[in-house]
Design a protein around this ligand. Structure first.
Ligand code: ADP
Length: 206
């Protein structure tokens, strides 16, 4: 149940949007909870607020998670320096959990790689889920480093919304039209939407 590896290690789950990355993270975390292991799940806060939240899949399943502003918040929580979830400000240093999960890990800064390796070296099962590629189909942030260093990698596919083939890419649409290469990766606006696409039907305008 602990996974095929003895002691701490790094598992990475990647694929385009809608490929079931969150579902797979939730599945693995739920099994650990059933085994009565201590599990902590983190995800990036979208609104710059550090708060108790959940990781939810498009299909509706969820597990509790902490929304954090970055790697520093995760470190603060792991060492017991924050006050979330009832921790006293002067509490003893917390023991590390058995399992640490992070969803949407592509949005974290490069330091997430060092954090993941430190935790794995300290005996923690680290499960990371994120987009391997951005909307331009280029490697996303820290993902290449994480993929190269992981003991286990699962690359999932979605279904291409145009042809039904396995989709490996995330098509970004702005007002229904394919986004341009130079459009900012994170652009705040209601017109933005994403679809899973195969290599043939993935379009990036010059
Ligand atoms: P991810 O975390 O990779 O974005 P989720 O785990 O949140 O994916 O959601 C995966 C679910 O999304 C699938 O099980 C399916 O129910 C739904 N879904 C919606 N659109 C698609 C698509 N184009 N291809 C595959 N699954 C899709």
């Amino acid at each position: 149940l602990r996974s095929p590896f003895h002691g701490g290690h790094l598992e990475v789950i990647v694929g385009p949007m809608f490929s079931g990355k969150s579902e797979e993270l939730i599945r693995r975390v739920t099994r650990s909870l059933i085994a009565r292991q201590n599990v902590l799940v983190f995800k990036p806060a979208l609104d710059d607020r550090y708060h108790a939240s959940a990781v939810a899949s498009h299909a509706g399943r969820s597990v509790q998670a902490l929304a954090v502003r970055g790697v520093a918040d995760i470190r603060a929580h792991l060492s017991g320096e924050d006050r979330l979830l009832g921790a006293e400000p002067d509490a003893e240093k917390r023991p590390l959990p058995d399992v640490v999960g992070i969803d949407e890990v592509q949005f974290f800064e490069a330091d997430v790689v060092a954090l993941a390796l430190e935790l794995a070296d300290a005996g923690v099962r680290v499960i990371l889920a994120g987009l391997d590629l951005d909307f331009r189909a280029e490697p996303f942030g820290p993902m290449p480093q994480l993929l190269a260093r992981a003991e286990s990698v699962e690359k999932l596919t979605a279904i291409c919304t145009v042809c039904g083939a396995p989709a490996t890419r995330s098509q970004r649409l702005i007002g229904g039209q394919p986004a341009r290469y130079d459009d900012a990766v994170v652009l705040v606006g209601a017109q933005d939407s994403y679809e899973a696409r195969c290599r043939v039907h993935h379009i990036v305008l010059e």
